[in-house]
Design a protein around this ligand. Structure first.
Ligand SMILES: Nc1nc2c(c(=O)[nH]1)N[C@H]1C(S)=C(S)[C@@H](COP(=O)(O)OP(=O)(O)OC[C@H]3O[C@@H](n4cnc5c(=O)[nH]c(N)nc54)[C@H](O)[C@@H]3O)O[C@H]1N2
Ligand SMILES: Nc1nc2c(c(=O)[nH]1)N[C@H]1C(S)=C(S)[C@@H](COP(=O)(O)OP(=O)(O)OC[C@H]3O[C@@H](n4cnc5c(=O)[nH]c(N)nc54)[C@H](O)[C@@H]3O)O[C@H]1N2
Ligand code: SF4
Ligand SMILES: [Mo]
Length: 675
């Protein structure tokens, strides 16, 4: 038998994930025959998750978009395959028409989601920032956007590799066993060395199984629990006074905690005094404490108060200056490459619309120029955004919608033009991670699937045509290759952090690159200080003795609806991957609560609130409290359940600026009834 030529290529998984694993593909006859993790990575260590391995399946999936498709009437499903040339013609003629009537491109909106976070993919935003004033839509329901809006202060993630040194690990509202699998070995290593692990979550999750102590906290009550811990440190006189005295005004704030009503706090937290007593004991006796913070905190109104309370705790116990201790949270949105900076909300020159801010949440139809065209890339708002009904209506209203992606998602189906694009196996890219903070180069291994084009190629071709149609209107730099384009995105900031000047420099390095002074104790100290000093309301919250959410289930809507991330999906991606016991969407409900409603295990029920109603299979769960139900978020094409239809578009409020920064997706209340 002839030996087939095999070639290997280096990749980085570009998903919006804690890990951004490095991987190696083996190509045979122009197709990826094998995919493995690359052991060059100190965080991911050559291991991929199920989704990572399934990315080969995704690459060759029969339902992947092969050609550009056009439909005159959005949602009609009457798509016809067209050529790229025709697609470009349609887009240019829309753009020219807008420009003719308005002499600018403000009626042209664009939305870039988190489907692929590679530097390459910011090309879309760069293009729409290079044609004068346009409209940037941002939907801060993703963690990526939330952190962007929170700014530098929240970019305080400690180095997760150090967690193995912690003597106590508290996981606040995260489920790493499902969503951050590479953290698990570090947690186990700490456990082997004697560390205790505490999981705070209203749900008994996959991560709770790793815990020495599981605290089934009431949603939104984490800040109160953190203050209780501060109080116990004060009472035992173990607060790091020397450290807190350095934090201007903080010593006074922390003293306020003495005034809190412990009994009431325990009621609000909803946990037995015994469990809290054990936690207090461990905390007081602990060396470095690692606080791992996840979306469970970010998805509530007033999330900043809860997080600041945890930061205050980490400072009071000087966790932030002990190896292995501190606050570990995703840094979010590292925008340092040139094409990422130009289009950031903070520096964007055109009009911005924050669709999570109830005030900004309407299309500019009467007041300003209405949107006439919308470009969506790397996003699936019809399943991922809160209140997708709004998006559905908006997309119907906007005359011309383009979606660039991989599959016929609900969002693609509501578009006029659907453009097929390449995957990370078919394009060059640079991936910047916002958790372990490594950057690495992604090689192209195989040609584009059918007629897919890379996003750089699409935008470059558009730039060339637009320049012909309206000379001088577009300043998008036209490079001759993807690699040349990526090379041009390096700048002094990248050099300052990573010590590389260009692509050749990055390629020469073996394995991912990490910032030289990633998280010195000093830097973390400064960040924590800033967070505490700026947040004057931290301690008021304790005095009032309320949960941070300030909202609770009511008689009419007696359940919190939590919609965390699916263990075998990535947001709306990998919809074809059926590894769970439950193949369809289902709602997890406390068995006792279900029985009271006469609901059997496996029965289809109605879950509803003021916004909408969905029909979904009920599954009894012992891990859910009586007043909580949960449904994994995502896209369920096989049963048409869209859980976000129940989720209002309320933002969360940051104490320091009073701005809405993130979707308070978990502040949703519902009722459940038999059909
Ligand atoms: N398998 C998989 N991995 C992923 C993703 C995915 O979709 N699937 N998505 C990626 C992305 S984009 C993100 S942002 C991350 C998200 O990863 P995580 O930060 O782990 O977020 P969630 O999965 O939403 O889990 C949050 C947990 O918080 C709990 N929770 C809810 N409210 C509260 C509360 O008030 N207090 C406390 N203490 N807990 C609460 C929920 O019950 C849930 O168990 O994962 C990334 N990794
Ligand atoms: N109810 C509820 N809703 C949530 C959440 C929750 O916890 N609960 N979590 C929120 C969070 S944390 C996040 S991050 C968001 C994520 O929501 P989105 O930002 O929409 O991200 P994804 O669903 O991962 O991917 C969006 C689309 O990008 C496409 N895509 C993938 N790669 C590429 C590419 O290279 N190019 C292009 N053009 N397209 C590509 C995918 O096919 C997919 O259709 O969802 C949010 N929605
Ligand atoms: S989804 Fe995350 S854990 Fe899985 S392969 Fe990609 S980066 Fe790694
Ligand atoms: Mo996210």
């Amino acid at each position: 038998m002839l030996n087939k030529p095999r070639k290997q290529f280096k990749h980085v998984c570009p998903r919006n994930c804690y890990s951004n694993c490095t991987m190696i593909s083996t190509v045979e006859n122009g197709r990826i025959a094998e995919l493995n993790g690359n052991s060059n990575h100190p965080y991911t260590k050559g291991k991929l998750c199920a989704k990572g391995f399934a990315s080969i399946e995704m690459n060759d999936h029969g339902e992947r978009l092969k050609f550009p498709y056009y439909q005159e009437v959005k949602g009609s499903g009457k798509f016809r395959k067209i050529t790229w040339e025709k697609a470009f013609q349609i887009i240019i003629s829309e753009m020219v028409s807008i420009h003719k009537r308005h002499e600018n491109f403000l009626p042209l909106g664009f939305l870039k989601g988190t489907g692929n976070l590679g530097v390459h993919h910011f090309v879309t935003e760069q293009f729409f920032s290079s044609v004068g004033r346009t409209t940037k839509l941002h939907n801060s329901s993703s963690t990526f956007e939330s952190f962007t809006a929170l700014g530098q202060d929240m970019r305080s993630g400690g180095d997760p590799l150090t967690i193995k040194e912690a003597s106590l690990i508290i996981i606040w509202g995260a489920n790493p066993a499902a969503t951050n699998v590479h953290l698990v070995p570090f947690i186990i290593e700490a456990k082997v060395k004697g560390a205790k692990v505490v999981v705070m979550d209203p749900l008994y999750t996959q991560s709770a199984e790793l815990a020495d102590l599981f605290i089934q906290v009431r949603p939104g009550a984490d800040g109160l629990l953190a203050h209780l811990l501060i109080l116990s440190l004060l009472e035992a006189d173990t607060v790091d006074k020397e450290f807190v005295d350095l934090l201007d005004g903080f010593a006074h704030d922390i003293e306020n905690v003495r005034g809190m009503d412990k009994k009431n706090a325990l009621l609000e937290i909803g946990v037995s005094g015994e469990a809290i007593a054990l936690l207090l004991k461990w905390y007081k006796g602990a060396g470095a404490v690692a606080h791992v913070i996840g979306n469970g905190l970010l998805r509530h109104a007033d999330m900043e108060r809860n997080i600041c309370a945890i930061k205050a705790l980490a400072a009071a116990h000087s966790d932030v200056r002990r190896a292995g201790g501190g606050v570990f949270v995703r840094q979010g949105a590292v925008k340092i490459f040139t094409n990422q900076i130009a289009s950031d909300v903070s520096s964007f020159k055109g009009r911005t619309l924050d669709l999570n801010n109830p005030k900004g949440r309407s299309l500019p139809s009467n007041t300003e120029l209405p949107l006439e065209m919308l470009w969506i890339s790397c996003a699936n708002p019809l399943t991922q955004a809160p209140n997708p009904q709004f998006w559905q209506a908006a997309m119907r209203e906007i005359p011309f919608v383009v979606t660039v992606g991989h599959f016929f998602t609900p969002t693609a189906k509501m578009s006029n033009l659907v453009l097929p694009t390449t995957t990370h196996f078919e394009e060059f890219d640079i991936i910047v991670n916002d958790y372990h903070k490594g950057i690495a180069f992604n090689e192209k291994a195989v040609p584009p699937y059918h007629e897919s084009r890379s996003e750089w190629n699409i935008m470059k071709e558009l730039a060339l045509r637009l320049d012909k149609a309206i000379p001088g209107v577009c300043s998008f730099p036209v490079h001759s290759s993807e690699e040349e384009y990526l090379d041009a995105q390096f700048n002094d900031r990248v050099y300052e952090i990573y010590g590389v000047r260009g692509l050749a420099d990055l390629k020469r390095r073996i394995g991912p690159l990490f910032p030289a002074s990633a998280d010195s104790a000093l830097k973390r100290f400064e960040i924590v200080t800033k967070g505490i000093v700026e947040n004057e309301r931290t301690c008021e919250f304790v005095k009032s003795g309320q949960t941070s959410a300030g909202k609770s289930p009511t008689e009419r809507l007696p359940f919190w609806l939590l919609t965390p991330h699916h263990p075998y999906r990535l947001n709306s991606q990998f919809h074809f991957l059926n590894l769970s016991d439950e193949k369809e969407a289902c709602v997890g409900i406390n068995a006792e609560a279900a029985r009271k409603l006469g609901i059997f295990n496996g029965e289809i029920v109605r879950v509803f609130n003021n916004q909408d109603s969905i029909e979904i299979k009920a599954v009894y769960s012992t891990g859910v409290p009586q007043d909580v139900v949960f449904i994994y978020e995502g896209w369920y094409p096989n049963c048409d359940v869209n859980v976000n239809r129940l989720i209002p578009s309320a933002g969360t409020v940051t104490a320091s600026e009073g701005q809405c920064v993130s979707g308070a997706l978990f502040n949703t209340f519902v009722n459940v009834e038999k059909l």
